[in-house]
Design a protein. Structure first.
Length: 301
């Protein structure tokens, strides 16, 4: 019996490695009918389901495998499927158990940050992203995640610091360059912001194809940064639509239209950046700078 079980398992593993998931699944099921407590088969079948997004089917398999053999792999697999199945609180519990097995397990820290962000717990989101940086100072996903975490909370100096670290190590990310430019402008450094935008327009192919580069620049583990950028882009589209409506109405009633102030002009610059229109973005950035200079001049006269 033991030899038969081992033969079934080895064949299932071979099929799985060859990408023959349907046949591997059938083989694991045959094995589990003969030995329901074979934890490696439970684990591997769970992985097959998880890879196909069938987390409802994977969870009971991972759960049983973990009960039979409590280790970091079974615990983390269960946590991931629970998270993907929107059982966030349970996922957090098993992620913390994962860290009790392996304190410096970076993937668990990253997923805890995602889970807490999903629950709106800013403090713990930041803690777990910083945990990753402590373990691996140049970790790409954590640097990008923290850059966007700080940006969305108007913590611009901290965001800029993370973006600069990220771009030195991993140059070429158009979305973070856009955020970098906007922060520089918000801090009053219009010249550096304009220079950065000018260089991007000339050199960065992905700059005017935001949607495509949003998908290609970020991996699954970059979820925090990617979700932040998607939220910003969604808001940008809505605000830009409102502004265009306002402009159309101004043609009918020009006396009721007031031009944007420096902050609104900056916001419009970013909106156009995120919608792939660098020329308009530059126009509003220059306008914001002139308005700011006029305001400063009026204030000192």
């Amino acid at each position: 019996m033991a030899q038969e079980i081992l033969a079934l398992f080895n064949e299932a593993v071979r099929l799985e490695r060859n990408g023959e998931w349907d046949r591997a699944e059938s083989q694991y099921k045959v094995l589990l009918e003969k030995n329901p407590d074979y934890h490696l088969a439970l684990q591997n079948l769970g992985v097959i389901y998880a890879k196909q997004g069938k987390h409802a089917e994977a969870i009971p398999l991972f759960s049983k495998a973990y009960k039979l053999h409590a280790n970091v792999k079974n615990c983390y697999n269960l946590a991931v499927s629970l998270y993907k199945h929107n059982e966030t609180e349970k996922a957090i519990s098993f992620l913390k158990q994962t860290l009790s097995f392996e304190k410096k397990f970076i993937s668990a820290h990253l997923l805890l940050a995602q889970a807490y962000q999903k629950l709106g717990n800013d403090e713990k989101t930041e803690v777990y992203l910083n945990n990753v940086i402590k373990i691996e100072p140049n970790h790409k996903s954590a640097l990008g995640g923290l850059a966007m975490f700080y940006y969305e909370r108007n913590r611009f100096p901290e965001s800029l610091k993370m973006i600069e670290r990220y771009l030195i190590l991993y140059p070429g990310n158009a979305q973070l360059k856009i955020i970098q430019s906007e922060i520089l402008a918000k801090q009053g450094n219009y010249k550096a912001s304009a220079n950065l935008l000018t260089a991007m327009v000339k050199e960065d192919v992905g700059f005017t194809h935001f949607n495509e580069t949003l998908q290609s620049s970020w991996q699954e583990e970059d979820a925090i940064a990617k979700e932040s950028l998607e939220r910003i882009q969604s808001k940008a589209k809505k605000k830009l639509k409102e502004f265009k409506t306002k402009l159309e109405l101004s043609k009918e009633n020009p006396d009721e239209f007031s031009p944007p102030d420096p902050q609104e002009a900056l916001d419009l610059s970013l909106l156009y950046l995120f919608n792939g229109n660098p020329e308009k973005a530059m126009q509003y950035l220059v306008f914001a700078q002139k308005m700011k200079e006029k305001s400063d001049s009026d204030g000192t006269s």
